[in-house]
Design a binder for this molecule. Structure first.
Ligand code: HEC
Ligand code: HEC
Length: 312
């Protein structure tokens, strides 16, 4: 014990010496320095005192109270009373947690995103009511605005697909897309969710009984992209495709889409489900995600169909 006192005093003196060697020369000019020096000495003395008290206690204290039965390598535990303060804060956190989960957490409370969504929903409902009896001309004008804002970034202002970055919408289908669908099949929900077109192995020519050959593929691709002209291609189309797409290619509801012209139903389906094909991926503009309302989808479809008629 005596040694500790001596060592502590020596360390304290050494610390004081170091402090003095740094700031000693200005003490006396300035009261603030003297005060801080005093404060430092007091803190030092208190620290040393408290330290000594605990060292002493560790050395001399005798354990009192009842030990628990368990011990770990001879280290045991007293059976102490639960401290009241600790118990109270523990119970309070449980009560608080229950409150937080069931009413404090903003799950059912106000949120800015929630308010925004509600406002958009209300607005869209009004929008749909207001345009319930929209004329064709108005639909076309609305379609142009929707197109310029939502579609032109990919399809280009003139809807020509911007050098094949997206589909050319002034034309129904190009040869790359038709070939891609024949080779890979397609399942984009164009005529209903889950109604798919098989790939080339599943495309049987009813005249030969075989699945479509490379030569037949290039004939039918040319036939479709040249506007359904060409007798050999017509034969392949009649043998392989017409059962689903109709004899003239205008499609059969719930079986296969119109591959001759754009229709409102087809474009609306593309907007609802998005589309993945030879060119890339077109995102969905689902009404449920509040991207385009039913009227806006119909409007942009009308606009595209008019564009296509205009470019013929
Ligand atoms: C078993 C029925 C069936 C047959 C046979 C069939 N198709 Fe299809 N086709 C479909 C369906 C269904 C879709 C729509 C798939 C989708 O939703 O992605 C489709 C889609 C397409 C598309 C894509 C349309 C678009 O807008 O991208 C093209 C092109 C096409 N078919 C061409 C052909 C050609 C050419 C043949 C004959 C060689 C053919 N199909 C034979 C059912 C068929
Ligand atoms: C992020 C770019 C992007 C945006 C935005 C976009 N599209 Fe597309 N769209 C594409 C791509 C890429 C394809 C071609 C998919 C494929 O390879 O078949 C496509 C295909 C289409 C097709 C199918 C063409 C066909 O022959 O089957 C239609 C219709 C279409 N888009 C309409 C629209 C409309 C309408 C809008 C605006 C509401 C729009 N797109 C916005 C990228 C986009």
């Amino acid at each position: 014990m005596k040694n500790i006192v001596i060592v502590t005093i020596l360390i304290s003196l050494a610390l004081l010496g170091i402090i003095f060697s740094y700031v000693g020369n200005i003490i006396g000019d300035d009261m603030v320095n003297i005060l801080s020096m005093l404060a430092a000495i007091i803190i030092l003395v208190i620290t040393v005192g408290v330290g000594l008290k605990y060292v002493n206690q560790m050395k001399n204290d005798k354990a009192s109270g009842q030990l628990a039965d368990e011990n770990w390598d001879g280290i045991g535990e007293f059976k102490n009373e639960l401290p009241i303060g600790w118990a109270v804060s523990f119970l309070t956190t449980i009560v608080w947690a229950i409150w937080y989960w069931f009413s404090g957490y903003p799950l059912w409370a106000y949120s800015q995103i929630g308010e925004y969504n509600e406002e958009v929903k209300t607005y869209n409902k009004k929008f749909e009511e207001k345009h319930a009896n929209i004329s064709d001309d108005e639909l076309n004008n609305m379609g142009q605005s929707v197109f310029l804002v939502n579609c032109a970034p990919c399809h280009g202002v003139s809807a020509d697909g911007m050098d094949s970055k997206a589909a050319n919408l002034t034309k129904r289908l190009d040869s790359i897309s038709v070939k891609h669908v024949i080779m890979n099949g397609s399942n984009d929900g164009l005529v209903g969710e889950g109604i798919a077109m098989p790939d080339r192995n599943g495309l049987i020519n009813i005249n030969t009984g075989n699945s479509i050959s490379d030569a037949e593929i290039s004939l039918v691709v040319d036939y479709i992209t040249n506007g359904f002209v060409g007798s050999q291609g017509a034969e392949v189309f009649a043998g392989v495709c017409s059962a689903c797409h109709g004899t003239d290619g205008t499609g059969i509801p719930m079986v296969a889409p119109n591959i001759k012209n754009f229709t409102v139903d087809l474009i609306t389906a593309v907007l609802q489900y998005g589309k993945t094909g030879a060119i890339g991926k077109m995102p969905s503009f689902k009404t449920e995600d509040m991207r385009l309302t039913a009227t806006q989808q119909k409007a942009v479809a009308t606009y595209i169909i008019k564009l296509q008629e205009g470019s013929k």
